[in-house]
Design a protein around this ligand. Sequence first.
Ligand SMILES: Cc1cc2nc3c(=O)[nH]c(=O)nc-3n(C[C@H](O)[C@H](O)[C@H](O)COP(=O)(O)OP(=O)(O)OC[C@H]3O[C@@H](n4cnc5c(N)ncnc54)[C@H](O)[C@@H]3O)c2cc1C
Length: 378
Amino acid sequence: MDFALSDEQTAIFDMAKAFGDEFIAPHALQWEKDENIPKELWPRLAELGFGGLYVSEDSGGSGLSRLDATLVFEALSMACPSVAAFLSIHNMCAAMIDKNGSDALKEKYLERAMTMETFFSYCLTEPGSGSDAAALKTRADRTNEGFTLTGTKAFISGGGYSDAYVVMARTGDAGPKGISAVVVDDASDGLSFGGLEDKMGWRAQPTRQVQLDNCNIPSENLLGDEGQGFTYAMQGLNGGRLNIAACSLGAAQSALDKTLAYMAEREAFGKPINQFQALQFRLADMEIELQASRAFLRQAAWKLDTGAPDAMQHCAMAKKFVTEAGSRVVDGCLQLHGGYGYLADYGIEKLARDLRVHQILEGTNEIMRMIVARGMIT
Ligand SMILES: Cc1cc2nc3c(=O)[nH]c(=O)nc-3n(C[C@H](O)[C@H](O)[C@H](O)COP(=O)(O)OP(=O)(O)OC[C@H]3O[C@@H](n4cnc5c(N)ncnc54)[C@H](O)[C@@H]3O)c2cc1C
């Protein structure tokens, strides 16, 4: 057993970290105020191969492992978890198309997705179904030319901003086997968007409802086989959960790094506050939480890469464990900054707000426990 990153993996992490330090971190606070990530950022990330991290090389992707991808998300989140998480969603969709799509669908979308001239949103949740995603009601009815979609998707990251939407919709009966996945272009007739959601965190990236009102798409936009959409959506989420956990990890690490620097400077009672043993113990506890998170996350990624039978449980466990540890660490860092932690300029309160949603989306942490428990009992 070898726990060390390879030279190549270290280089991937360093490259993502350097990009984040130079091109994301200096703008993160402004982008959150603007509620917009400039679209020019994406092709620049794609130049590093981040548009299709684990899309196969045959399809123009980087063909990296899921473990490699977690390194990218960890590193980019040290600059801004909201930006990194958006990239994760695009990657999740691109990989779904690469893995399951017809040659025609791959040809139509993947080339531009790899350069991130086209970026994707993932549309599963509806106003009436979140955790119980298989209860979704959006319909995709067969026509001579393809499908007509009707329904509403809620909470869509990148809604009204992305170029194409991977939509899970019902083509058959109730239940997961009646669900198919389709790709809907931004320009499609019958596609519209709700207002911008006013959120606690992830404010740099827009969240809107995606509304489909007799929206026609050609048959070639069916992703894979009819009736398999829910399976594809869940497969996508296994890796998505690793990425989200990595986003919590990177953001929490950056908060801890900032806190160490701050505590060396800040004085109280005649000495730097890092000299108080009570606070040193808190630093040690945070370090332990992050080291444990990192090891656990990478093990889960390795399980997914190697097709381990319990990979799904490990992705769920890692998502729950790391997202909660990440939020605890950031909250602890905020406390160690005193009043300054509460001010936007210090960058810690943003992380506390950004990370909170990682316990809710890509399956809530209650649903993660459900997945783990099911694996234990059956
Ligand atoms: C900022 C943001 C961005 C998002 N982006 C996307 C996106 O891009 N695409 C997308 O498809 N979705 C997205 N979502 C939606 C997200 O995935 C859902 O909010 C999430 O799955 C929970 O669904 P819900 O909000 O309907 O909560 P509900 O399912 O109504 O759950 C409410 C509460 O009940 C708990 N609960 C439900 N069922 C059980 C159970 N069986 N046992 C125990 N507890 C249970 C939940 O854990 C939760 O605490 C986003 C959400 C947010 C906030």
